[in-house]
Structures are given as structure tokens and as C-alpha cells.
Design a protein around this ligand. Structure first.
Ligand code: NG6
Ligand code: CA
Length: 509
């Protein structure tokens, strides 16, 4: 080889980078990009550790979710950062502990954006490596800077913190405004019927659940007694925007169609899709195809619906020949709740189903079920299927995917680079993790979980969940006692002291 050839072939090697050829089932030549796969985060809302059959559910079959989980690394100690939605999503997207941001709490639909437009985010990081980035589904991280005019372009929002495109619901299904927002514009808005939203006062003449119970198709249990949309009482007051209001029964199909279309139309460069599904958050309103199918009431039905959507989405990736080039994360923003404010048979029809599996607590709780959730990472042909007991947090995806793609990570993030753990190359995870539930924090350290004393109720009658509050320190050995039944704080004073030291250092107290 002469010098020129050597030069040209090294250029070729450089250009191809880490692309590797392999044969697919169809014996076509496929190019696998080992450092810049598409990244999809499928994120459910309030799905518990025990809500899918791959994690032990026996009363509910989730074949498509199981398939995804079982083909990847299934984490048994995978954590959301928090036991509620907004803080978990904040940590997932920014790589920063949500308790560092005083605004990272369950937000009303009118709250301003809580991610700084200058902050590094998961989508921004991937964009720096040439990715196209999109969110489809639930946002719940605030919009605008304080006052939102829903009839004009709404910003800052997802598009200002790293998403090239966004198709979202602003807050939650049970909060107004009950409309979809595409790249900052309310979809289907009739300018002659402008939208007004208020979380304190109703608009004159607008029916509420209190004044017009006869209009309701779903009864409220606690909260949820303001404006009525599609017969369902919501949180907050809304006026106008009639043509733009979403149809609850179509929401799953609607987001699925958007997600499939996104995948099909983004082949030129790698993409990051944050598919933030709304199930099984309240109000649980499945498409009629799934109504009654689980025998567990609407909560079970919408989990089956979500499972079906994921199956359809996976089929699209397969048909497009993208499976070998797509890293797929599956998880949930917080643990399960049965009665979250509506009478919807979730409690009555539960039977033997255990939404939290063997874990104690649930949504809003500092006990394990609040934050330990189904969590898997799948990449066909690259990640070998396995079960991993490593402690990992969704917040760690930012640094880990930056490591995979060669992107820079800003200093000072709480996100840890656990790429080889996510890839199943090691079962070593985090040493320590601070978990959070409605502004209270606790420490997972090794196999131990330490909860400092907190005032407030130990048990919430309304939601039927133990919050984890106690006047005493709590210390559990999760390896022997995953259900947190034996408080060892008194019998292991040195361990308690050690963990308290770590906790205080990490919290900066
Ligand atoms: C609570 C709501 C609950 C749910 C939750 C947010 C009441 C009484 N309860 O305030 O129904 O919307 O907020 O859930 O209003 S999350 O998954 O988005 O964090
Ligand atoms: Ca949630």
C-alpha cells in the first residue's frame, strides 16, 4: 500500500467510526452504529414494580412489555428518583437530583417551566452528537415563564430545553388544560373559542363537579372536583377550546400514531424519542377495545392498553429494520396507587394483583414501592439479556448515554456514568442514591435503606398508602427484607450512624 492509499483507508476508517456490519434475519447487510444508536425512552406514569408479568405479576399478562424487558437487562433495583412525577421527570431529563430544585414538585397545569433553558438535558446532550430529538406524551415540567397565554405560541417548553419537536399534554390527564400541544401550539384550537385556565377561580357560568354532579361519567373521591371535561371532573378550571379538547379514550392510540410516525420519518440521523405514555395514571379511561379486558377494572385495562401500544411500537421498529440500531429504555416515573382521587374500581377489583409486588408503600411513599420501578435497557444484538441487581437510577441515563455517544457532560451533575451497567457488562451499580418523596429524602446505600424521622401521617387514608413517615429513624436491610418489615435502626446503631454521615454529606446538610 502506498502512502496515499494508507491515507485514504485511514480516512475511511475514521469516517465509518465504530460502524460494524452484521447480517440480519433477512440476510440483508445491516450497519450497526455501536456508538450512536437511536435512543427511545418508554416511560409509563404510576406503573408499579409488580404491575407487569416480567416483574412477577400473575393476575395480569403484559406480553409485549415482558418481551422488551426479557430481551434486555432487567434491573431489579432500578429507581425513579422520586415517588411522584414532576421530580422524577426532572431528574431523568437533567441528571440533577430534584430536591436541589425547590420547584420540582407536582405542578399545576399553569406552572412555569422548571428546567432552565441554559441547563444541560438528555435531549440537548444527544443533539450535540447529531441526534434528532422528540417528546411525545406527558410533559409535566411546566411551560412558559409565569403566565401562559394558551392561544399564542407557548414557550419556553420542551422545544427550548432540547427537543426538536414536541407533542405533549401539559401536565397530567386529570389537570386542565385538556388539550394536546404541538411545538408550543394548542392542536386544533379555534381562535374564535380561546382557552382560559385558572387553578384558583372558576370562570363564570362554567359547570364544575360540585355544581353539576349529574354531568359526571366518573365520580371523584378526593380533589378532582373542578371543571368537567368529557364527563370527567378535573383539577383546575378551564374555559373555551372546545374543538381542541382531547378524547380520553383515544389518547393511547393518538400518542402511539405520533410515535410510530416519528420513527418512520426520522431515518436520516440517529434519534432520541421520549415516549411518555399516560397509563396507568388517573383518570384511567381505556379505549373501548380494552375496557373490561383485565378483570381488574380500568387500571388493569389501561395497563393492557399500554402493553398493546408498546407491542405495536416495537413492530414498527422491527418493520423499519431499526431494532438492532435502537437502545430502548423502559421504566415508570413513580410507583403505583389505586385510589388517586376517583372511584374507578381499582381498589374493589384488585383481587390478588399486587401493583407493588413485594415492596412496601406506593406512589408518594419513601418506602421502596414509591421509587423502585420496572426498569430495563434493551438493544437487540448488542445487549445480552440478563437480570441485574445493580442499583441504577433513571437520572444516570444522561451521563451514561453521553459516555456511549462521546458527548460532554457538564460538571456538577448528580447523574453517574453507569454505561457498562446499563449495557449488562457489569452488575456494579451505584454505591449510594438519595430517593425523594414529596420533598422528603432517604438514602439507599449498598443493601441498606435509611429513612430519617419525618413528621406527618404514617398512612394516608385517602390514597391508602404508607408514606414512610415515622418519629424514629428507620433502617432496613433490603437484601434480606425487601418488604421493609424489620426496622434495624436500634439494633445496628453503627450502621445507622454511618449511613447518616453519607446522607448528610450527599444532601449537603
Ligand atoms: C395529586 C392528585 C393526583 C395526581 C397527582 C400527580 C389530588 C387529590 N391528587 O395532587 O390525582 O394527579 O397529584 O400525579 O388532586 S403524578 O404522577 O403526576 O405525580
Ligand atoms: Ca406519575
Amino acid at each position: 500500500m502506498n502512502l496515499r492509499n494508507i491515507f485514504l483507508s485511514s480516512l475511511a476508517i475514521l469516517a465509518v467510526g465504530s460502524m460494524v456490519s452484521c447480517k440480519s434475519n433477512k440476510e440483508e447487510k445491516k450497519v450497526i452504529n455501536k456508538t450512536k444508536p437511536n435512543v427511545v425512552v418508554i416511560y409509563l406514569d404510576d406503573l408499579g414494580y409488580g404491575d407487569v408479568s416480567a416483574y412477577g405479576a400473575t393476575e395480569l399478562e403484559t406480553p409485549n412489555i415482558d418481551n422488551l424487558i426479557n430481551q434486555g437487562v432487567k434491573f431489579t433495583n432500578g429507581y425513579a428518583s422520586s415517588a411522584t412525577c414532576t421530580p422524577s421527570r426532572y431528574a431523568l431529563l437533567t441528571g440533577v437530583y430534584p430536591w436541589r430544585n425547590k420547584d420540582a414538585k407536582i405542578l399545576p397545569g399553569t406552572a412555569p417551566l422548571i428546567i432552565g433553558t441554559e441547563q444541560q438535558t438528555l435531549p440537548k446532550m444527544l443533539k450535540s452528537k447529531g441526534y434528532d430529538t422528540a417528546i411525545i406524551g406527558k410533559w409535566h415540567l411546566g411551560l412558559g415563564t409565569g403566565y401562559v397565554n394558551w392561544n399564542e405560541q407557548i414557550k419556553p417548553g420542551p422545544n427550548e430545553v432540547g427537543f426538536d419537536s414536541s407533542y405533549i399534554l401539559a401536565a397530567t390527564q386529570d389537570r386542565v388544560p385538556t388539550v394536546y400541544i404541538e411545538n408550543g401550539n394548542v392542536v386544533g384550537l379555534d381562535p374564535k373559542d380561546p382557552i382560559s385556565v385558572d387553578y384558583k377561580n372558576n370562570f363564570e357560568g362554567e359547570p364544575t363537579a360540585i355544581d353539576h354532579p349529574e354531568m359526571l361519567t366518573m365520580k371523584w373521591h378526593h380533589g378532582h372536583n373542578n371543571s368537567i371535561v368529557n364527563g370527567v371532573p378535573r383539577i383546575g378550571f378551564m374555559k373555551g377550546g372546545e374543538a381542541a379538547k382531547w378524547v380520553d379514550t383515544d389518547m393511547a392510540d393518538h400518542f402511539l400514531a405520533k410515535a410510530k410516525n416519528y420513527v418512520k420519518t426520522h431515518k436520516e440521523k440517529p434519534f432520541f424519542l421520549y415516549y411518555a405514555m399516560q397509563q396507568p395514571h388517573v383518570p384511567r379511561i381505556p379505549h373501548p377495545r380494552f375496557a373490561g379486558k383485565s378483570g381488574l377494572g380500568p387500571r388493569g385495562d389501561v395497563i393492557l392498553e399500554a402493553d398493546w401500544c408498546i407491542g405495536e411500537f416495537m413492530k414498527t421498529l422491527e418493520q423499519e429494520g431499526m431494532l438492532e440500531n435502537t437502545l430502548i429504555v423502559f421504566s415508570s416515573d413513580n410507583g403505583p396507587v389505586l385510589n388517586d382521587g376517583y372511584y374507578d374500581d381499582a381498589v374493589e377489583k384488585l383481587g390478588n394483583h399486587k401493583p407493588a409486588g413485594d415492596l412496601r408503600g406506593g406512589k408518594y411513599s419513601l418506602f421502596e414501592a414509591g421509587v423502585r420501578v420496572p426498569f430495563s435497557v434493551t438493544w437487540k444484538g448488542t445487549i445480552k439479556p440478563m437480570v441485574s441487581d445493580a442499583v441504577v437510577c433513571q437520572m444516570d441515563l444522561l451521563s451514561s448515554l453521553a459516555n456511549l455517544t462521546g458527548a460532554k457532560v457538564e460538571e456538577g451533575l448528580d447523574s453517574q456514568n453507569l454505561l457498562s451497567t446499563f449495557m449488562g457488562e457489569t452488575t456494579k451499580g451505584r454505591d449510594n442514591l438519595i430517593i425523594e418523596a414529596t420533598s422528603r429524602t432517604a438514602l439507599r446505600s449498598g443493601d441498606w435503606l435509611m429513612i430519617p424521622p419525618y413528621k406527618g401521617p404514617a398512612f394516608s387514608e385517602k390514597v391508602g398508602i404508607e408514606f414512610g413517615n415515622s418519629k424514629d429513624y428507620q433502617l432496613y436491610d433490603l437484601k434480606k427484607d425487601v418488604g421493609q418489615q424489620n426496622n434495624l435502626a436500634k439494633s445496628y446503631p453503627n450502621k445507622l450512624k454511618e449511613l447518616l454521615g453519607v446522607f448528610e454529606e450527599l444532601r449537603g446538610n
